[in-house]
Ligand binder design. Structure first.
Ligand SMILES: [Fe+2]
Length: 294
């Protein structure tokens, strides 16, 4: 019988990571794996990478690792070098040191557990690190994924919402997010797999951390002011444990605005983080159709 903890989507939040490390010290786990997105969407990317390296926990690459590497190497469209929308990404890429960049560049797309090769960890899906597996994923697609990995347990993250599916003899586990959950509960979330061969089950854990200290660091590090509109939206995400950045970007597109701070107050007035993004966008579409001249 093995116990494997999988943590993911730390998103440059060292306070949440430290709370999970403390919690894991009290639990009897044989291996800890990291399912990507150590960095991005937060001000402590460098510190998080060095802490994971120090612990020797194996990790895979998330979409935010690739994303920050593009900024670090300047492999980005010209407008991203000065547009307000990308100020936070520029700040986060600047914050990384050379050792952190080397580490990120070494991360593989997927990884099998050292203890049991039937457990394979991805950030998104076996198809892409930007494809989220969630309640919307059809069973046929989940079966395809399990066939692809040739194992019985597929572990993933990316959506920041924990869940698990049992498909025939297989198990798909989305472990949720340590640093930036989107399920309305701000606590650091992760999963522990327990079992062996094709007999596995998952338990989910939620750990409080000093969130206000993390929010204060948004201010004191300069991330909130220099990261402009995106950092302000991320600050809302940490407070509400709900998505703000993507809904804002879709809202500005639908209402013919630009993704700039001057539109934040209008967005906050109409956006209800408790409702689904689909409902919010549908409402926005209806309102903008009514207000546009016929
Ligand atoms: Fe993420």
């Amino acid at each position: 019988m093995h116990r494997i903890a999988i943590i993911a989507d730390i998103h440059a939040n060292l306070f949440a990571l430290e709370a999970v490390i403390d919690d894991l010290e009290r639990r009897d786990v044989d291996e800890v794996m990291v399912a990507g997105d150590l960095v991005g969407r937060g001000p402590q990317g460098n510190a998080v990478i060095h802490r994971i390296q120090e612990l020797g926990w194996s990790s895979v690459r998330g979409n935010h690792e690739d994303y920050l590497l593009s900024f670090y190497h300047g492999d980005i469209p010209d407008s991203w070098r000065h547009d307000e929308q990308w100020a936070a990404s520029r700040w986060m890429a600047d914050e990384l040191d050379a050792a952190a960049v080397t580490y990120i560049e070494s991360l593989p797309f997927s990884r099998r557990s050292k203890l049991d090769s039937t457990v394979e960890v991805f950030h998104g899906s076996p198809n892409s690190h930007s494809e989220g597996i969630g309640h919307w994923t059809p069973q046929s697609r989940l079966r395809e994924f399990l066939d692809t990995i040739d194992g019985s347990v597929l572990v993933c993250a990316h959506t920041h919402r924990p869940l698990t599916f049992k498909i025939d003899a297989g198990l798909v586990v989305n472990v949720g997010s340590v640093g930036l959950p989107f399920n309305g509960d701000w606590r650091a979330q992760y999963a522990i797999l327990q079992g062996h061969r094709d007999q596995w089950e998952a338990s989910f854990h939620r750990i409080p951390y000093p969130r206000q200290q993390f929010l204060d660091l948004y201010q004191s590090s300069g991330f909130l002011s220099q990261g402009a509109i995106t950092a302000k939206l991320l600050h809302y995400e940490v407070r509400h444990a709900r998505p703000f950045l993507v809904p804002f970007l879709k809202w500005v597109e639908l209402t013919d605005r630009t993704p700039r701070s001057e539109h934040l107050a209008d967005f906050i007035e109409v956006y209800d983080p408790a409702e689904s993004m689909a409902t919010f966008l549908e409402k926005t579409r209806r309102t903008s159709q009514r207000s546009s001249p016929s």
